[in-house]
Design a binder for this molecule. Structure first.
Ligand code: SF4
Length: 287
């Protein structure tokens, strides 16, 4: 089963001025939009192109649509219904993952998503990024951890599968503060979590900050991250499925860190080796 990334031409309230301008300081949506995913192409063409790519690369046989770039519930409900139905109407697509911000859903949208979940495999994925409101303000997220937490609860309460996204290594956060997030996150009704080291993408506000004041940043080396992520997993509830343990972006758009250009499967193997070496597992120290 593979996710086919799709771009339905959404924007985000943190870019158009409704909540903020300029977006989150680390955000560059190009960093996760593959070449086949172009908002100028009809959605079914994007799906067909994505499937061709994923079949060739991974031998994939089943697919879910993935609306990842920008805030994919940030349109009126009638338009959302049209977009989601079009994706779910493609014969090769068996579900949909919808990435969004907590402030881009309301009760009516969640009720609709709950009804859709009864018929299809639906997951709503929220950017949490950090539990620390001071860091969220510094990142220009224009929302608090408590607001995101409330929305996650409202989503899960309706029986919709819910995923969260966290970034480690944000400026000013200590290892102890990041590890403490495992307990806070475990208390949320999340089905899935995506964990991600901070990487700085060229062309972002954060890339300029990094150039001007590198001393404010303490980017993870590969060795530090392996040790950290294993410690975080030990503290995380074993009930939450970890969908991602680290992030990657095309080297050409990265301002740091690059970890020697190691590929996805190589980093994953190193994390597994580290778990084995420490004879530990997700949830071992969870309480
Ligand atoms: S990370 Fe998400 S919320 Fe922030 S600016 Fe980018 S699209 Fe908007």
């Amino acid at each position: 089963m593979q996710k086919v990334s799709l771009d339905a031409g959404f924007t985000c309230p943190n870019r158009d001025g409704v909540k903020g301008f300029g977006g989150c300081t680390y955000c560059n949506n190009e960093s996760f939009n593959p070449a086949y995913c172009d908002p100028k192409m009809p959605l079914h063409t994007q799906i067909d192109e994505g499937i061709k790519f994923l079949q060739k690369r991974y031998g994939a046989k089943k697919y879910v649509g993935y609306l990842q770039a920008y805030s994919n519930t940030y349109k009126p409900l009638a338009e959302l219904k049209k977009i989601y139905s079009e994706i779910l109407g493609h014969p090769e697509i068996s579900g949909l993952v919808i990435g969004t911000r907590a402030d881009c859903v309301d009760d009516a949208k969640l009720d609709y998503l709950a009804a859709l979940s009864a018929q299809h495999e639906i997951t709503v994925e929220y950017g949490i990024e950090t539990c620390n409101n001071k860091t969220l303000a510094m990142l220009n997220r224009c929302e608090t951890f408590e607001e995101v937490g409330e929305t996650i609860k409202k989503t899960s309460m309706r029986g919709i599968k819910t995923c969260g996204h966290l970034i480690f290594g944000l400026p000013g956060e200590t290892r102890g503060e990041m590890l403490a997030e495992a307990k806070i996150i475990s208390a949320l009704p999340l089905d899935f979590i995506k964990l991600h080291q901070l990487h700085i993408v060229k062309g972002t506000v954060m890339a300029s900050m990094y150039k001007k004041t590198p001393e404010l940043f303490s980017l993870f080396s590969l060795e530090e991250y392996l040790d950290f992520i294993v410690s975080f997993l030990e503290l995380l509830s074993p009930q939450i499925v970890v969908e991602r343990l680290f992030g990657e972006a095309p080297p050409a758009i990265m301002a740091g860190p690059t970890w020697g250009g190691l590929r996805n499967d190589q980093v994953l193997n190193l994390i597994e080796e580290c778990l084995e070496k420490r004879n530990t597992w997700q949830g071992r120290l969870y309480c």
